[in-house]
Design a protein around this ligand. Structure first.
Ligand code: NDP
Length: 330
């Protein structure tokens, strides 16, 4: 590592699984790098649901824990075996650690060069939710023109990107939102039908002449899973990609048979950025669409990193639209 680096730096910390209020601003050692890792001086960090799952103990992590997988910034040091990046490069990642701290770390394989025409907030706002929307519709289930898709939370971070990418593919998009403002925002992204959360399957049947949809992208989970199963066409696919309302209980496979030979999958981003080629394909396509203005990244809320607890309360409290970004003074 580089001689100019400090030994300790400031970060959001939590000492045990807990609530948003248990996070505090403190100091921790600047991480030492393995041979294959990159140290990033954080410019901005994206807030994601996974940060709340890790904070609360749904996913196991080591303590003291600093949340934050998604960051933009400049490379501050590289491991001995890293050849793709040099100190000073402008980069971003969706799969780092310590993002809510002044220094984040990521495997070089999960880091990509950020376009210089993207500001740091935008560069931290699109990687995780953007690449998720990208893999869901290009790789988990390949959406073709003319297909009809159901997704939820159409005013959310993933939801707004998903709708725009689906419309660009020529699909019909049915989504949900919980307030009049969110309904308007979801429509402005191009959604064809924006429903409330009641009787979704019945409304989907009406909108599809009884047929059901080709694919459901369900990131809400516990509260919507049954409606998702009941909204699908014969041989349709249910892509369960999150649990904003809680995790889904176990399922008897015979139900997939009874409902029409359905497919069920539960993917995550890490399975879809397995190598540098796959990562840069997704990241570069998204950055090109953002730079051209074709894809809008709606940054609904910005917070100073010290106020990360408020960001978590807002996200979990269903109060946000689009992306939440933490910014750093430097
Ligand atoms: P969002 O911005 O979509 O926020 C979540 C939204 O879900 C809320 O704003 C709310 O919208 C809706 N919602 C419905 N019910 C609830 C509830 N009970 N509590 C809270 N929110 C609820 O978040 P993200 O875009 O960051 O993530 C969406 C989902 O996608 C999450 O479950 C996340 O874990 C998952 N995800 C999965 C990835 C993967 O690779 N598997 C990667 C990235 C995200 P409304 O009020 O309109 O209903």
């Amino acid at each position: 590592s580089s001689p100019q680096l400090p030994n300790i730096a400031e970060a959001i910390l939590i000492d045990a699984p807990g609530g948003a209020d248990d996070m505090y601003w403190g100091t921790r050692d600047v991480p030492t790098l393995s041979d294959t890792e990159v140290l990033i001086k954080t410019a901005a960090a994206g807030v994601n649901f996974i940060d709340t799952y890790q904070r609360s103990g749904v996913y196991k992590v080591d303590y003291p824990f600093t949340p934050g997988q998604e960051v933009s910034g400049h490379v501050a040091a590289v491991g001995a075996a890293v050849s793709e990046f040099s100190i000073g490069d402008y980069v971003a990642t969706a799969n780092g650690v310590n993002g809510y701290g002044q220094y984040a770390v990521a495997e070089a394989d999960k880091v990509f060069a950020a376009r210089s025409d993207l500001d740091p907030v935008t560069a931290a706002a699109f990687p995780l939710q953007g690449m998720t929307a990208h893999y869901l519709i290009n790789s988990t289930f390949k959406v073709e023109p003319g297909m009809t898709v159901l997704s939820y939370a159409g005013a959310g971070g993933v939801g707004l990107v998903l709708t725009q990418l689906l419309k660009a593919k020529g699909a019909t998009v049915i989504t949900t939102a919980s307030t009049p403002e969110k309904i308007e925002l979801a429509k402005s992204a191009g959604a064809d039908h924006v429903l409330g959360y009641d009787n979704v399957a019945q409304q989907v049947r009406e909108l599809t002449n009884g047929k059901g949809v080709d694919v459901v992208y369900d990131g809400v989970g516990k509260d919507t899973f049954e409606e998702s199963l009941n909204s699908l066409a014969v041989r349709g696919m249910l892509v369960l990609f999150g649990g904003a309302s809680g995790q889904v209980p176990p399922l008897d496979p015979q139900r997939l048979n009874a409902l029409g030979g359905l497919y069920l999958t539960r993917p995550m981003l890490a399975h879809y950025v397995r190598d540098r080629q796959e990562l840069t394909w997704r990241a570069n396509e998204l950055m090109e669409s953002i730079a051209s203005g074709e894809l809008k990244i709606h940054i609904g809320q910005r917070y100073n990193v010290q106020d990360a607890a408020q960001a978590h309360r807002d996200l979990e409290g269903r109060k946000t639209t689009g992306k939440l970004v933490l910014t750093f003074q430097s």
